[in-house]
Design a protein around this ligand. Sequence first.
Ligand SMILES: Cc1cc2nc3c(=O)[nH]c(=O)nc-3n(C[C@H](O)[C@H](O)[C@H](O)COP(=O)(O)OP(=O)(O)OC[C@H]3O[C@@H](n4cnc5c(N)ncnc54)[C@H](O)[C@@H]3O)c2cc1C
Length: 696
Amino acid sequence: MSEKKISRRSFVKGFAASFVSLAGLGVLNACGNNSGSTPAVSTAEDASTAAASAAATEAAIGAANEAAKAAGLTFTPGTYEATAKGISSDVKVTMTFDETSITDVKVDTSGETPDIGGKISDSVAQMILDGQTADIDAISGATVTSEAVKKAAADCISQASGQQISLSEDSASTGSDWLGTKPEIADGDLTETIDTKLLICGLGTGGWAAALTAADTGIETLVIEKKETPTNIREDIGGIDSKWQKETIKTMPNLAIDKMDALEDIVRYGTGYVDYNLIKVWTNESGELVDWIGGILEDSGKYFMQHEASVGDTRYPERDKAYATGHSPHKTEEYAEDSEVTTSSVFTEYCEKAGNVKFKFSTAIVELIQDGSGKVTGVIAQDMTDNHYIKINAENVLMATGGYATNTDMMNALQPMTQEMKVQCRIGSTADGSGIKAMLWAGGKMDPIHESMMFNRCAVKPDETAGYKTTGEWFWFGEQPFLKVNLKGERFCNESGPYEFMLHSMEMQPGHTYCDIFDANNKEYTEQFQEVGCCRLWPFDNDAISNRDYDSCWASNEDLIEKGYIIKADTLEELAEGLNIPVDTFVETVERYNELCKKGKDEDYGKAPHRLTPVDTAPFYGVRTVAWHLTTLDGIRINTNMQVIDENGDPIEGLYATGDCSGGFFANNYPNLFTGLACGRTMTFARHAVNFISGK
Ligand SMILES: Cc1cc2nc3c(=O)[nH]c(=O)nc-3n(C[C@H](O)[C@H](O)[C@H](O)COP(=O)(O)OP(=O)(O)OC[C@H]3O[C@@H](n4cnc5c(N)ncnc54)[C@H](O)[C@@H]3O)c2cc1C
């Protein structure tokens, strides 16, 4: 097969004029009717619209024929099928061709996340048919599934044309116009109006803390969430001076946290690009937050709280200094296996009992409404099921819409280095930056430093490297401070420390990818490492349960061996060959590392002695490791009452923000050695904002 690039710039160029006129006739918006079948006609007006529509489709295909000819493509008529890996399934595309055009497209994304990638089948099928190309725009919020559809569609076109079609590189967005202009929605398009005192946008970690606080204060509240269901709060909630922490400190006084130390360390992590006073809100109010939300969960009888009491081996604090801030909710024995019981189900019951908090799902904020003085007086939202617009008048609006991890345009423009380090993965934030954009259109100011929370816990195959178009697999073990070598087989950093320290060192290495190396004794080493937070695979010092234990991790590793991600070998040479890295250099690296382990002193990079563990007992294991993108952490600047501020630092009346869509707290990296800091900050700020709005 010869290679042919197909892109909208080349293939579709030929019928750009008809593309525009078809849009006018509504053909491009005919999502949900991708099969080319004629819609039911019930009136004369419908009949004439349907006739126009059919004529338009024919016109599109006619124009496509011309374009295909211009691109030098002809097809062997027939129906072709291809699959590509999406988030959680193989996405299937079936395409029918005549000699010069695509005549039918069917897409099956039913195995993808139900209310995200799972529901884009019809719209992307229509986009491929209308554009006569595989190179369609990714659907915002469902980029991984969209990319899989594009790959499978390109495969079908390759089969039909006998030419190797690759998606054009220039279709990768540079994201330069990621903000765009505020959408203009005519008053006549607002077909529903709702009034409320407090509107909370987004029902994830921050949205829940806000809604529950509103339930307590009694303020009339509406919560809108773009998905069909809420997002559960996460496993670890960070706080200082909770009642659980105070209890453990009675017997482990070394775990006491000095608030000024904590403040200074968070500032140091952020290299000063933070707001001291905001951080103080967390250090001062997070203990009360944990007591309150933990109390709601425990009072339900379905959850119990545990303080994660450990700071690791404190003899080597330089780079590994940890704070025992983590608190985790766990299900009680009675409900452990009940999948219906979630933190969201407990919180829903709590709000229902209070009666003043209402929820509206499948509803997304599109933009904020402001009066002549700039005060926010509500929002325009869109119903995601039928696309109608809703005007929501609100005295105050709290944004809790999360970050922008799934918005490829924003990521390419603001965090190109993260795009190089990360891969596409199944679990991550669902937030798409729409809330941040709405606040920028309203005059908000964004953080100057753009950064992300990333796990170094993602495996790629031995012939793959990092990059946002690669698909990876969870590799929870990746955080363990085993030997790590670059793709030249050389050691390059101290493998211990916060997640992003290693990832940032990796960004400087070829392919932005490294290999984790461990041996048959790995189990005892993971205990010896004394990891903290969600990296810990063994019970905490107070016997609190870890998020994951060694045995469950090893079971996942066995699966990764089976799938060809982790290489298992009897010799170091064989391991290097399996990982596609230079054998001689790798063997020399391991020998040097083992020598340092024997000395108990890392003369090369300064890793703490209890984390210097040799690689000397077969079988040997190795895996290419890259970044797993969890969420973005830069957002819209707020003051200490969580009011959104403008360029001058003045509050925009009526507008508040919390969580990943808000800023001023993190820069350059995520200080994960403060376990649960992101959720702790998000919830503390949400609670503070609603108390402030409610006059409490
Ligand atoms: C897998 C994973 C594990 C994590 N574990 C931890 C942990 O244990 N501890 C910790 O501290 N941090 C953790 N984090 C980070 C943490 O989840 C976030 O920093 C924090 O939850 C942010 O909360 P949020 O409310 O801002 O956003 P989210 O919890 O992401 O909630 C945002 C909500 O807004 C909705 N939304 C988005 N746009 C719109 C719109 N236009 N209209 C309406 N709704 C909208 C989204 O669908 C979502 O439900 C983890 C992140 C991930 C991805």
